[in-house]
Design a protein around this ligand. Sequence first.
Ligand code: XMP
Ligand code: MG
Length: 180
Amino acid sequence: MKTVSYQNMTFEEYLTPEQIDAAVARVAERINHDYHNKKPLFLCVLRGAFIYAADLLRKLTVPTEICFVRLQSYQGMNSTGKIRQLTGLTESVEDRDVVVIEDIVDTGLTMHWLRHHLIENGAHSVAVTCFLYKPDALQYPDALPQYPACEIPTKFVIGYGLDIDEEARNLPAIYTRTQA
Ligand code: XMP
Ligand code: MG
């Protein structure tokens, strides 16, 4: 079992790079199918989604215009229940078919807030793809992701863009806490 340590905690490999690649490919195929005659605007939610966005876009055959926002809803390992917009939208989303690219949908607060914000700003449609989705943690029904790559239990995970206090984003696999 591959393990890594951060902040005196041990994490074990949960999804391998091969499993990640296959899951991203499955989402890409669905988006290529559903948007084949559209010109979507991809909106990557920084920081966590940058690696998933880079992998996903390289598997797409539809037009791949991309822009970025930076939102924060999380401090350490527990959600604060608040959204802060650290870097706002610079592109117009008016009449656009927006595909939000997120690292993980947990309670859904971030996607609930962002969907509302995009619709308010005139988006024609909003779909969400997230690399990880924790169905048991979802508290906002309108945050249900249309294109989740992997569903996971309600556990804290790191790697593949996801951090523990800004560390571990570069791990090529997803890791989870080992049971103490
Ligand atoms: P909500 O609750 O708004 O949370 O759906 C989404 C944001 O919370 C962060 N998050 C995590 N980050 N490991 C992380 O490194 C996790 O297990 C985890 N769960 C949620 C993440 O930033 C996401 O955008
Ligand atoms: Mg995030």
